[in-house]
Design a protein. Sequence first.
Length: 376
Amino acid sequence: MKCDISKRCGSCQYINMDYHQQLVKKQEECQKLFPHLNVHSVEGMDHPYEYRNKVIVAFNQKYEYGLYEESSHKIVPTQKCLLHDEETHKILSKIQSLFRKYRMSIYDEKKNRGFMKHVLIRRAVSTNQTLVVLVATDGMFKGSKNFCQELVKACPTVKSIVLNVNKRQTSVVLSDNEKVLYGKGFIVDELCGLTFKISARSFYQINHEQCVKLYAKVKELLNPQKDEIILDTYCGIGTIGMSVADKCQEVIGVELNKDAYKDALNNAKMNHIDNVRFINDDATEFMIQMANKHQNVDSIIMDPPRAGSTKEFIHSVKVLQPKKVVYVSCDPTTQARDLKWFKEIGYQASDVYLYDMFPHTGHVESIMLFVSQDIR
């Protein structure tokens, strides 16, 4: 498949490169970062298109929609992005026709006026449910009832429509201010045999198919035992920790973002998992507190943001002395830096496992298992 707007859009650096070559390139780049480790081939996709379950588009004054041109806020109009599924295109096309019909006032960034700023689509792949989020500058949406009725009638997968009110002049798309126009304000998806609520601001892996593979590898490396306590740091809405909870004594999840923390509590309750507890705290701070109290855990899962972990976090690992640390990274560059810190505290890794979570881009997800060389 060829993308006609790749040069203008710039979001997918490798979109017109042979997919196998993309995977080879990513492995080679990671091998340079980890020259002394066994860097495995990248786990790719059979069909590396239409994988994004979250899409954000903007509209221009002609009611054309698309993504922003690289390093700008200029919209590149497109009717079909190769990374978005057919249902997403169908819904966006219907929204476009409704905007025209209702003569929707489109926000003009330069003049700072207009009503509609963005449209966010979230798809639950397993259940085929869709959440539509309309991001606007005002909470008064005249004709919203008819708008919703027409959209749902044309696109029955749409189970909820939310109006997110963002009056600020900012590149941040969503605000905390939202109201439900239709449905419950969330959709439900299934992942690794568990059920998760997905709202407008929920953190949820964008590539469902690859996420299942990645979590399976985490579980395999962790190999949890019935009598073990596992600490799931940077846990988000609790997906990884909950996926291993059936194999261990207890999972303690730590997450700083309050919305994600609340989602994690609700998800555990919804799945009737009673051996998981969640803490709303900074992962490093919580690790330091545990270390100061000389508390012990058997294994640690860490899935930090792109900036990686902290030296304080890793030195707290030395005090807690888990047998294993499974490190999931969305940026192998910072993971390579953290690898040196783990070596300093007596933890070694031998393999790097790579997953292509974002085909046609320069990103790759990496997993490493650190094992203590000095278990007391």
